[in-house]
Design a protein around this ligand. Structure first.
Ligand code: ATP
Length: 496
């Protein structure tokens, strides 16, 4: 379908869609704050505090309808990059509860610790290596240890794994741990996967699932919580190829975020200093995003050597190696691990998408603040909203018909019908949940089977035929996209 440049001009005042002209006054300014994201997530039902009717439990969140759809799209995009677009990675879904020896072998039981300090005055606990980012329990304007009253203990190691017991009787030998990462479930299945996947190094095993860490100081919304979802992939390679594959995955993983719309100037790769590296890692880099709280880790990419397979081979007594029949060579593969967080990535996409602009209401001559989530259309929870302009004259019926016709269409994603309230309010709502396209049915639609297609970012309205609209939306959703925030920033930069 050719995009027409026909503006939508309703015929009667009662049918006035009360939409806004795009004349952004705040273009280029980054107006987002964490408080605004939290408020929008609550207001629009993306993410809200868990157990709210009981007063909440700290740093635990529930995802509502649009939050589930958004995070699912993030995870699906990860699967797409790992599985659909390649042929050297297979999927796994391992158990959360694993044999306790797994965590001995991996080193988590002895070493998965953060340094903890207590304050004898306020009774709060703090992560000793984050004191500069935390608030004193009594004087939130100060950091712990900064007031005369503060009385911090020496730092001691605190293991982050949640311990539980398995079976009805609590006895020795029944201790288990909620997994603190999904990766170990991949290593302990290396032999199974090698056998059944019919792959040979270089090949990867990918997993998405919940992990649990008893973080000393969770916070910053879903950036750091005690229960979260990870997207991890272990890529097994011949030892001599590890350095090359490490570089490959750095490029791939940074590119993934850019392709899904994060502004490149808000992304960076930071190589770990030698004293930050785990003893088994020869190289680690983090993909970092410039959150409102500053540059912070989105994903870690590590060259883990053969540490994990060697440890599990030793602790389990199973051989975890690859025999190359062509060369007669037997070796323990080295591993490159890109480890991302689904919740953290979702937060980054929300932060990057959040925008406000002053826009003119058609004909009203006055400015109005529009809040909009400029999400990549592939990530947007709802791809298109079908809106009858008024609740009469056959418009709802036609709109419902269209909804039935295009919903559930593979490749299109979620489509929503909404006939509640003034059209302007409905547009505002769709802007706030990031819906890239609104399809408005009006008086003319009944006569000539055309509708108005409204673009979230430009606010352009085109008159288009109903026939073929599903294919047109699908084409637009899957077209390359970059955020208008980039061009707005460039314009501002050029002007200043
Ligand atoms: P951090 O330094 O922030 O504690 P990490 O280096 O310990 O993170 P990894 O063990 O590399 O994190 O985990 C991979 C990814 O899992 C992280 O980059 C992050 O996106 C996510 N992640 C880790 N811990 C949490 C958490 N407590 N809450 C939300 N996401 C997390």
């Amino acid at each position: 379908m050719e995009a027409s440049s026909v503006e939508y001009h309703p015929r009667t005042m009662s049918e006035q869609p009360a939409d806004l002209d795009a004349s952004p006054a705040l273009a280029g300014e980054d107006v987002v704050t964490m408080d605004k994201i939290v408020a929008l997530c609550k207001r629009r039902g993306f993410i809200f505090p868990s157990s709210e009717i009981y007063g909440g439990v700290g740093s635990t969140y529930d995802f509502g309808h649009y939050g589930v759809l958004l995070k699912t799209n993030v995870k699906n995009e990860w699967w797409r990059a790992m599985l659909s677009e390649r042929d050297d990675i297979v999927a796994i879904d391992s158990a959360i509860l694993q044999h306790p020896r797994v965590w001995e072998a991996s080193g988590h039981l002895a070493g998965f610790t953060d340094p903890l300090v207590d304050c004898r005055t306020c009774g709060q606990r703090f992560r000793a290596d984050h004191l500069g980012d935390l608030q004193c329990g009594r004087k939130p304007s100060k950091h712990p240890g900064e007031t005369e009253e503060c009385s911090l203990t020496d730092a001691r190691d605190f293991n982050l794994m949640f311990e539980t017991t398995v079976g009805p009787v609590k006895e020795s030998g029944s201790v288990a741990y909620l997994r603190p990462e999904t990766a170990q479930g991949i290593f302990i299945n290396f032999k199974n996967m090698l056998q059944f996947s019919r792959k040979q190094p270089p090949f990867g095993i990918a997993q998405v699932g919940k992990s649990f860490r008893n973080e000393i100081t969770p916070g910053n919304f879903v950036f750091r919580t005690r229960e979260f979802e990870q997207m991890e992939m272990e890529f097994f390679v011949p030892p001599d190829d590890a350095a090359r594959w490490f570089e490959h995955w750095l490029v791939e993983r940074e590119h993934w975020y850019v392709e899904l719309g994060l502004r490149p100037d808000h992304l960076r790769l930071r190589a770990h200093d030698p004293d930050e590296l785990s003893h088994y890692s020869s190289a680690t880099s983090d993909v970092e995003y410039l959150f409102p709280i500053g540059w912070s880790e989105l994903e870690g990419i590590a060259n883990r050597g053969n540490f994990d397979l060697t440890q599990h081979a030793e602790f389990s007594g199973e051989k975890l190696e690859y025999f190359d029949q062509a060369t007669g060579e037997r070796y323990v593969p080295h591993v490159i691990e890109p480890a991302a967080g689904a919740d953290r990535a979702t937060l980054a996409f929300l932060v990057d998408a959040y925008d406000e602009e002053i826009v003119e209401r058609q004909g009203a001559g006055e400015g109005e603040l529009r809040t909009v989530l400029r999400l990549h259309p592939r990530l947007a929870p709802i791809k298109a909203a079908i809106l009858p302009l008024v609740k009469k004259d056959g418009q709802p019926e036609l709109a419902r018909e269209l909804h039935h016709l295009i919903r559930g269409r593979a490749g299109l994603g979620m489509v929503e019908y909404d006939d509640g309230g003034a059209i302007g309010k409905r547009y505002r709502r769709q802007d706030e949940i990031g819906t890239p396209f609104c399809l408005t049915i009006d008086h003319q639609s009944i006569e000539d089977s055309t509708i108005t297609l409204r673009d979230r970012d430009s606010l352009a309205q085109e008159r288009v035929p109903i026939e073929g609209i599903a294919q047109e939306i699908e084409r637009r959703v899957n077209a390359p996209w970059s955020t208008p925030k980039l061009s707005a920033a460039a314009t501002t930069g050029a002007a200043s």
